[in-house]
Design a protein around this ligand. Sequence first.
Ligand code: HEC
Length: 136
Amino acid sequence: MRILLMLFCLTCWLLPNLNRIQGQEAWTAPAYTDSLVNPFKSDKKIIAEAKKIYESACWTCHGLTGRGDGPAATGLTPKPADHSSAKVQHQADGALFWKLSKGRGVMPPFETTLSKQQRWKLVCYIRELAKQNSQR
Ligand code: HEC
């Protein structure tokens, strides 16, 4: 009887938390972010600047080529996003900007540690990584 009760309690706790444990809850940016416009047009200078930021603040989790395979990615749930994947590339610039500003779970919020300009340049860089990975 006691075991049954324990099982019951466990199930009650598990069900609402299942998504979180599996880390599969979809992460969607609010609709208004789709209309935000990146003030930068990707060019060599911007990519070079963004690369520096990426290779200090992002690569440990997302990997140098953005595939989500950085050294700190092992053991993280959910896994750091593959920035060159269709799932990421199908999102609007504004949605990516919002996500990297706000963060979620182990993904840190960069709203206060990086300037607005730096964060928009990183969005250019995420697009650039996808281009480069498709040519590798
Ligand atoms: C400590 C590890 C870590 C660091 C550092 C990190 N990220 Fe992440 N990032 C994650 C994880 C984990 C996720 C998946 C979060 C989720 O789905 O709940 C993620 C998700 C994202 C997403 C959303 C992708 C999607 O699927 O929609 C973007 C964009 C992103 N990261 C950009 C960045 C950028 C840019 C930096 C550097 C300024 C950075 N991240 C640094 C771990 C990290």
